[in-house]
Design a protein. Sequence first.
Length: 299
Amino acid sequence: MTFNRQMDKNDNGVWELNNPQSNSLYFKISKFRNNGLFDGMASFNYFSIILILKGNGELLADINPFDFSDETLISVSPYQPFKINCPGNCTGYMVNFHPDFFCLHKHRNEVSCNGILFNNIYEPPLFTLTSAETQSLLHVVLGMTAEMQRPGIAEFEILLSYLKILLIDASRMKVEKRQLAGVLANKEPVILNDLKDAIEQNFHTLHSPSEYAQLLNISTPVLNRTAKSYFSKTLSQLITDRIMLEAKRQLYLTSKSVKLIAYELGFNDEFYFSRYFKSKINVSPQLFRDTVGVNRAEA
């Protein structure tokens, strides 16, 4: 595949790699010195990694707020709505890549970031870095920008190598912090592990909070409060997020019809499923497939 590099360097600094046939975005690095990139709610058809160097504010991901400060890494999945509110100057870099540039599913044995940085419905989409970790990730990002500023066409394989390093290093950092904190292993109530297991095993058929409460022999209000306390999401949100995660995976990785995907996820009405999907993701299943699931392969 032939790639054409377009560099549009404004006050913040933007470097893009586009497909010359469709002019669609494949890879992009944005350097920002203020909150201008994040004025409104964004929803992209590509993955985003945002390295906050300086700035304090709030990330709104889906409908959930998360506070952040200096030296924070934020990761956002395709069509996940997000907004960054930073009252003062917010500086850093944003790296965007389309699944056609680098497919997390196809390269899952090389880069195990899916379910850690991205598509993790149980953990916040951000974490705080140490100064050493920030400098390590920044070094990789600066390597990308240097490659994209070279005369001629940016070297595709070099950019891919840099991106893999960035994803692997960031995933390791998040896992190490998770293990160090010991939150999942030691501080969560046992019922939450049971809830996650129940959702993973039954989200195809059980869609209501009361069904999970009955399955776990606990009242719905108590289970909902516990989930909200530890996951910052209601039980309904967790169930919906898991259904949508599988729907997006099927739309991207397979050629199954929307009708079949809906049926396998427990929806008897294809059109109700399409409306449900659009109400949560803000695009229809077909548009999601058209703009994200271009390089499909049977799962």
